[in-house]
Design a binder for this molecule. Structure first.
Ligand SMILES: CSC[C@H]1O[C@H](OP(=O)(O)O)[C@H](O)[C@@H]1O
Ligand SMILES: Nc1ncnc2[nH]cnc12
Length: 322
């Protein structure tokens, strides 16, 4: 069946949302069963149609039906630059589909010698260096105020789950294996872009404690937290940014040179992750990773002073609270 002949609605709950970034527009282990046209939310339309897919199992997989919603961060033709990705619509749509967690992929530059192009990184910390021009909250307006905890911006349980498959990464063009880097201090810097950093900025980000850099983890991670969704980004290194004086600074050609291998590894890793989840839904997806109920506590504005429009918006995300 061609993609265009698939249903455009899907009424069952979805297990996992996957956000594909630069160079990752689909996943091979998934069989599409519906393609939802860009979903309209109170924060606009999603950046792409949402492909609803089921895991294509093998003889070792139990028959549990595992449903994934796949969305392209920059659109199917890469038309949204990082500043203008409709992040709020994307995460709101994921929430509406009742996904239990968000797995996000991103192409990143490396700020550390030991993180080579083609290595993968599971960051646990981030530093926001965007310029304040992205809408990065559902709860930041007059008449709706919320302050969520963001000390640990990623899901460690989810990262632990992913890290068990670290040996799946391959690099056919080199004797050096691709590594997966993961510890509690590993930090991603999020810059505004779209231009890459200057050499001085790149060195400053290293001094700040950055390990990798991209243009998309903010506000995606913040919004997932505001939707009580466990969130982990798999960062795929493509370049050494601009801090190595003896080398050319990053260009889009350098990034694209590693996208094919990173895409193959992302597919292999996603297959492992989804297969294992289908077999045995991890605890953090059942119990919500300690986030359930956090938003009810975090929103300071009383419901009886919220406008009808505000109530409609918050009910889109949390019909159970308001
Ligand atoms: C084309 S290099 C810069 C671009 O790549 C990354 O995109 P994504 O995170 O969606 O994979 C980075 O964040 C920049 O947007
Ligand atoms: N060096 C870099 N800076 C920001 N985003 C990136 N994505 C890939 N490489 C990057």
């Amino acid at each position: 069946m061609t993609i265009s002949a698939l249903p455009t609605t899907f009424d069952e709950a979805v297990d996992l949302a996957i956000i594909g970034g630069t160079g990752l527009y689909q996943l091979d282990c998934l069989k599409p069963v519906a393609v939802l046209p860009p979903i309209q939310t109170p924060w606009g339309a999603t950046s792409s149609p949402i492909t609803i897919a089921v895991f294509i199992g093998d003889s070792n997989t139990t028959n549990n039906k595992f449903v994934v919603a796949f969305i392209s961060r920059h659109g199917i033709n890469h038309e949204f630059p990082p500043t203008h990705v409709p992040f709020r619509a994307n995460i709101a749509a994921i929430k509406k589909l009742q996904c239990k967690a968000v797995l996000s992929f991103s192409a990143v530059g490396s700020l550390q010698e030991h993180i080579k192009p083609r290595d993968f990184v599971l960051p646990q910390q981030l530093i926001d260096r965007t310029k304040g021009i992205r809408n990065s909250s559902y709860f930041n307006e007059i008449g709706l105020v919320g302050h969520v905890g963001f000390g640990n911006p990623f899901s460690t349980k989810f990262a632990d789950f992913i890290y068990q498959f670290k040996d799946i990464l391959t690099n056919p063009d080199s004797d050096e294996p691709c590594l997966m880097h993961y510890d509690q201090d590993t930090t991603v810097i999020c810059m505004e872009g779209p231009q890459f950093s200057t050499r001085a900025e790149s060195k400053m980000y290293k001094m700040l404690g950055g390990d990798i850099i991209n243009m998309s983890v903010i506000p995606e991670a913040k919004l997932a937290r505001e939707c009580e969704l466990p969130y982990q980004m798999i960062c795929m290194s493509t370049d050494y940014d601009a801090w190595r004086d003896h080398e050319d600074s990053v260009t889009v050609d350098a990034v694209f040179g590693h996208l094919a291998n990173n895409g193959r590894n992302a597919n292999a890793l996603a297959t492992k992750i989804v297969k294992e989840m289908a077999k045995n839904l991890p605890e953090f997806m059942i119990n919500g990773d300690g986030l359930k109920g956090s938003i009810k506590m975090s929103v300071a504005t009383k419901a009886d002073v919220m406008s009808e429009q505000t109530l409609q918006n918050v009910r889109f995300l949390f019909p159970e609270y308001w």
